[in-house]
Structure formats: C-alpha cells, structure tokens
Design a protein around this ligand. Structure first.
Ligand code: ZN
Ligand code: ZN
Length: 359
C-alpha cells in the first residue's frame, strides 16, 4: 500500500520523469483530486520539477483555499490557459504532457496558439497508473461506500414486491444510498428484470417485476470521492433450474479468478481463469465484456481486468470481478465483487455472499 502525501508528491514527480517532460498540465477532475485534494469540477495543475501552480475559477476560490495541498493556488477567472500565458508560468518549458483522454481538440488548439514553442506530449490518463495503488485512507473510503451499498441492497430486496418497476427500484437504491451517507451514486443504477437482464448495461424502464422473474441489480455509491460497485441477482419466487445453473457457473468463474488474482500476475490471466470456466460450460460467446475494472476516484479506472491487458496487476489496487452470462430473450446473470489486490493474494472488500437472493 502506498503511504500518504510525501509519497504522493514523489509519485507525481516520478511520473513527470518517466514521461521525460519539463511539466505536466493536469486537467482531469479525478487526477486533480488525487494530486491536490481539490474536489471541484474545473481546475488546472501545472507541475514542474520546481513549481506547482493550481488554477481554478471564481466559483471555487474559497474551496480551493481550503482543499488544495502542495500547490500555489491562483484564481484568475474562467480563462485558465490564458492566465498561464499572461503570467509567464510556462516560460522556459519545452516539453509538456497533457491528458489526451480529457483535453478537447479546441483546448489543444488554444494551447498551441498560446504557447507556440511548447511541444505537447499527448498521454491518455496522465495519472491513471500512478493512482492504481491505494493508500489506507483510499481503501477505507471504498470500504465505507461498499458498506452502504450492501446495506441498501439488503433493505431494497426486503421491500421488493410484484408490480414494482425497474425505475422505482432504481429510485429506491438512489434515495437509500444518499440517506445512508453516500455523497452521490457511482453511476446510474442498473435494475434489469427477466429478459432485460440479458442486456449487460440496461437502463431502468417501467417494466415491472412479476413472480418468478430474475432481477439483476448493479449499483454503487461514492464516499469522499471514492466509488463502490456491486452486482447481485434476485429471484422473485422460486428460481428456474436454468437460472440456478447459470448462476452457479458465474459464481464458479468468480472463484476461479480469485484463485489466481494477486499482485504481479498478468491481468489477462485473471480474466482467462474466469472465462475458462464459462467456456467449458458452453457459454464462450455469452460473456462479452471484460472480467473487471479498477475502482477508486473513478468507478472505471486502471487496470482493466481483460484478455486485452497483458500488464501485471498492481499491488494495492482495487478491482471488480464481474463475470456474467447473458442469454438473449431469456435472462442474464452477473455477480460482481470488489477486491483489494495484495502481493500474495487478495482481500474481498464485498462482505455479503454471492448466492442468488431468493424472495
Ligand atoms: Zn457494477
Ligand atoms: Zn463494475
């Protein structure tokens, strides 16, 4: 696990050296929050070997003064890049890295006009790898978000009755998370009944739950900026034999992934372990997404636990494991847990069991 602020400054400086640039120009809100503590939506951090300037607009003057650590705060109004030029803060910088995953073409154009002698190094996700290993405080925030998520699942499932719509269940999940202490939802909750559960990313509709229907619930919330994420399957009344069988294959796939998951193992090996179980059961073409994703200040962040990712799993990162089998026209099953990756294994951050919840 990474220790606190000193090491944070080191990790940012290491990143600058690794990219071999004179400065980093950071704009993504999650990166700004991670690097400085700023929780607002508009800011710019200029990081060089010797100077750290944080710029934001007038809405955040007081907030930036309270929150920003490790950088000098400037509040120039709305034109943040214009201020960098006006104050000469970029003087002498030749190579500057920018985040190609968040910078718009228009903003890039403007930077090129303002600073014609700078060579811009486009890097997608400036701090995404640096943010992967979590500190104790970060892990604690994810744990708290996950506790709320599980508590809300239990409450909402107890109240689930025939005739209630996907939309109503989604509203209930949201209200209860916020009442339970969450700052926000991590993403729009997925509530998918019966054949709609075969759509991996269904949005809630007026479809109602009827006796015998499977229901897929996938939701998470945010505490102190950090997300949780969990999927569980509910059966209203006795489940069909098919639902029981598919559910148990999916849970076995999750267990197989857990067996191989530890720091340093290639991400694709973890995906492969789960996928092999699903392939052998005859559903190779019915698991169309990656096994999981990193979770932190963003609900989907580095690393992706995917057959496309050959990189080693970073020790100290938090990822989801979410195998699924989707049978169009019938139903889909996904079970999703949060796990902390350790040097010699993993720790499950999801406390509730993975059984099919039968009402
Ligand atoms: Zn999820
Ligand atoms: Zn997920």
């Amino acid at each position: 696990m990474a220790s606190e602020r000193d090491s944070l400054q080191d990790r940012i400086e290491d990143r600058r050296r690794e990219l071999d640039v004179d400065a980093l120009l950071v704009q993504a809100p999650a990166d700004l929050r991670w690097a400085t503590g700023f929780t607002g939506s508009n800011g710019l951090l200029l990081w060089t070997a010797s100077a750290r300037h944080f710029l934001t607009d007038g809405r955040y003057e007081e907030q930036a003064a309270m929150e920003v650590r490790g950088a000098e705060v400037h509040v120039p109004g709305y034109d943040l890049p214009g201020y960098l030029a006006e104050r000469g803060l970029m003087a002498g910088l030749r190579q500057v890295a920018i985040d190609s995953a968040v910078l718009t073409v228009a903003s890039h154009q403007r930077l090129k006009e303002l600073f014609p002698t700078v060579s811009w190094v486009a890097e997608p996700g400036l701090f995404s790898k640096a943010r992967a290993a979590k500190t104790e405080d970060e892990i604690e925030a994810v744990r708290r978000a996950q506790r709320i998520t599980e508590h809300v699942l239990e409450q909402v499932v107890q109240d689930l009755r025939p005739g209630v719509s996907e939309r109503e269940v989604a509203a209930e999940l949201t209200v209860r998370c916020l009442r339970g202490g969450a700052d926000a939802m991590a993403f729009d909750p997925i509530v998918a009944v019966a054949e709609r559960s075969a759509l991996p990313h269904a949005t809630p509709t007026d479809r109602t739950v009827d006796p015998g229907d499977p229901v897929l619930l996938d939701f998470g919330c945010v505490v102190n900026g950090y997300a949780s994420d969990m999927s569980r399957m509910v059966s209203l009344g006795a489940p069909s034999e098919a639902l029981r069988r598919i559910h148990s294959i999916v849970v076995s796939a999750m267990e197989a992934a857990e067996e191989v998951l530890r720091g340093g193992v290639p991400a694709r090996d973890v995906d492969r372990a789960a996928r092999d179980v699903i392939d052998r059961a005859g559903y190779a073409d019915r698991f169309p997404h990656s096994l999981g994703h990193g979770v932190g200040l963003s609900v989907h962040e580095y690393p992706t636990v995917s057959w496309r990712n050959a990189e080693p799993m970073p020790e100290g990162c938090i990822v989801t494991l979410e195998p699924g089998i989707y049978l169009p026209g019938a139903f889909g099953v996904r079970v999703e847990d949060l796990v902390l990756v350790l040097a010699d294994g993993r720790e499950r951050l999801t406390a509730i069991d993975r059984d099919l919840i039968i009402l």
